[in-house]
Design a protein around this ligand. Structure first.
Ligand SMILES: [Zn+2]
Ligand SMILES: [Zn+2]
Length: 271
């Protein structure tokens, strides 16, 4: 086994009840209930512990009408992650549900794509439509980190530590990046919002928030190129992740899932 093999976990923290029609450009003919789940992800390996995204806090849950299930800090504590010691946080993009909780890892470096900072601080934010998924405070917090020397910028594809790479996909947000992780079952790709739900990748449909629809669609091709199989792509907001993967430890079922374990072919636990 390569010494660069990592453990990967999805840490569920919040939920939003909604209809399927809200999740796709052109709606959905069945329009059943199709809630979103909110996650951060933890990568643990020979080079330390990395956090992927920081989620949002209780106040933002109230502001945005989301249901906080387990605050992010509690999930990380349950997994035994020493947040004070996390040195690297990969920010997939700057949307409110991925870039809040500003004080979570005070000593960390934050890995971000050039295009995401340019997009979130540039001319497109004049448009209310483009601003919807952003919070100015999250963007300002990242700018302050730039001035503190705590942001590592990436342009396209880059290695964070051996066995962990980021890849710009764009589409949903201009500088959205996914994360590819070498694991015991082969390369796992944390899609984040490059595929909100399994259904987006599987059916080629598009989530309604998009900077570029064509880049979203090309992104599905990129996810498949990077992952060992479709079963190695982990969508960013699908409650099924908690059903398909085993719990990280007893007592964490429906909360923290272990993604470097083989997923079940069909969901066994309704979430
Ligand atoms: Zn997003
Ligand atoms: Zn998101």
């Amino acid at each position: 086994m390569s010494r660069d093999v990592h453990e990967v976990y999805a840490v569920y923290y919040a939920r939003h009840e909604r209809r399927a029609s809200e999740n796709y450009v052109f709606g959905d003919p069945h329009d059943a209930e199709e809630p979103l789940a909110y996650f951060v992800w933890v990568i643990r390996g020979p080079h330390g512990t990395l956090l992927v995204d920081t989620g949002f806090d209780d106040a933002m849950a109230d502001t945005r009408g989301r249901t906080m299930v387990h605050p992010v800090g509690e999930g990380l504590a349950a997994l035994g992650v020493p947040v004070d010691e996390v040195r690297d946080v990969i920010v997939t993009h700057l949307h409110y549900d991925h870039a809040g909780n500003h004080e979570l890892c005070p000593g960390a470096r934050f890995h971000l794509q050039d295009d995401e900072m340019a997009y979130a601080t540039g001319r497109c934010m004049h448009h209310a439509h483009a601003r919807v998924p952003f919070e100015a405070d999250d963007v300002v917090a990242m700018v302050r980190r730039v001035f503190a020397g705590r942001v590592v910028f990436h342009d396209g594809e880059d290695q964070i530590v051996p066995g962990v790479t980021v890849h710009r996909i764009g589409g949903h947000s201009r500088g959205l990046q996914c994360v590819r992780v070498e694991t015991r079952r082969g390369p796992v790709v944390l899609a984040s919002d490059a595929s909100h739900l399994y259904a987006h990748l599987e059916t080629g449909r598009v989530y309604p928030i998009a900077d570029s629809v064509s880049a979203v669609l090309e992104g599905y091709r990129t996810l498949r190129r990077l992952a060992a199989s479709d079963a190695h792509v982990v969508p960013g907001h699908d409650p099924l992740v908690l059903a398909r993967y085993p719990a990280a430890a007893p007592g964490l079922a429906g909360w923290v899932a272990r993604l470097d374990a083989d997923p079940s072919a069909s969901p066994v636990v309704p979430v």
